[in-house]
Design a protein around this ligand. Structure first.
Ligand code: CP
Ligand code: NVA
Length: 341
């Protein structure tokens, strides 16, 4: 017999809002998404999920590849009784024959939500400016705000400490995932330590924004070039790929040289000083040679893995697939809150 799990009523009204950067929902808005996501996850586990988005549809305007974000968005809508319409790069008129503004106007007449993944943050800003339905940033070169929602949900599920959650991020700290994790950590008052070479630290505007948010929320943010100092005492060690989508292949060799010391290894996990420390990664990850790019870069550099060893990735400390699953629950919560409350 299935158990009934009540979906809580949230304090903030997010209906009609856009999610273009990590600050857009505010601290209460993020809390509302996370609360709803946990309730939806429990309901799905219990077999008592209620379909609340019947007949709703989202346009998925994706310039870049995706496994998790696209699947989570489509699965969330299907499970809620709605649908998503994939508009892959080159399969619609946008860019070649139709402007972003006109595309936003057209999609708004047919869909309830526009979800964009692409390179320029300005594109998603322009979409939102011309759309009359909520627009969600599903990753740009600058931000990945739906990822950080799942990251925080996952850390809250696994933390055994009193708040604030203590986490470290090692690797390319200027990328979209790092920027979103930094700013969300500031917004929620977490204790984030970034370990990266100074040349790959977040852009100054992102550090300043996160520091201001952290000061207001009682959080703590620090940056160091010493990876072992960065992870000391943390419960969660995050990393991401060393070269992101859209960056030229030619940067791989310099990036591997710059970041080798920041690879997450068994020694890194031991340096946390916590036997219960967890490893996190937004995925996809180069933890072995079983991908075309991983095999090529490893062959060229004489390595067997890149940002994380397979030993850590495949260890009980790794919660990457729980983190991936939470993309589903957080996106579903976000869709409900933006569309119907
Ligand atoms: N983490 C993440 O966004 O994965 P995809 O690129 O597969 O969507
Ligand atoms: N930083 C990575 C994240 C992938 C989900 C990229 O942009 O390729």
């Amino acid at each position: 017999m299935s158990q009934t799990v009540a979906v809580p009523t949230d304090l903030v009204d997010l209906r009609g809002r856009d999610l273009l950067t990590d600050v857009d929902l505010g601290r209460d808005g993020v809390a509302a998404v996370l609360t709803r996501a946990s309730a939806l996850k429990a309901a799905r586990r219990a077999g008592s999920e209620q379909q609340r988005l019947v007949g709703r549809c989202a346009a998925l305007l994706f310039e870049k590849p995706s496994t998790r974000t696209r699947t989570a968005a489509q699965a969330a809508l299907i499970q809620q009784g709605g649908a998503a319409i994939p508009l892959e790069q080159g399969s619609s008129q946008v860019g070649s024959k139709e402007s972003v503004a006109d595309t936003a106007a057209v999609l708004s007449r047919m869909c309830d939500l526009i979800i964009f993944r692409g390179a320029a943050q300005q594109t998603v800003v322009d979409l939102a400016a011309h759309a009359t339905v909520p627009v969600i940033n599903a990753l740009t070169d600058t931000w990945h705000p739906t990822q950080s929602l799942a990251d925080v949900m996952t850390m809250r599920e696994f933390t055994t400490s009193v708040e604030p959650i203590r986490l470290a991020y090692l690797g390319d700290a200027r990328n979209n995932v790092a920027t979103s994790l930094l700013v969300t950590s500031g917004l929620l008052g977490l204790d984030l330590r970034i370990g990266a070479p100074a040349a790959l630290w977040p852009e100054q505007w992102a550090i300043d924004l996160a520091q201001d948010l952290a000061a207001a929320a009682g959080g703590r943010l620090s940056l160091t070039e010493d990876p072992m100092a960065a992870v000391r005492g943390v419960e969660f060690v995050h990393t991401d790929v060393w070269v992101s989508m859209g960056e030229p292949e030619s940067v791989w060799s310099a990036r591997v040289e710059a970041l080798s010391e920041y690879q997450v290894t068994a020694q890194t996990m031991a340096a946390t000083g916590r036997s219960d420390a967890k490893f996190m990664h937004c995925l996809p990850a180069f933890h072995d040679r079983d991908t075309d790019i991983g095999a090529q870069v490893c062959a060229a550099t004489g390595r067997v893995s890149l940002e994380v060893t397979d030993e850590v990735f495949s260890s009980p400390a790794s919660i990457v697939f729980e983190q991936a699953e939470n993309r589903l629950h957080t996106l579903k919560a976000l869709f409900q809150l933006l569309l119907i409350g």
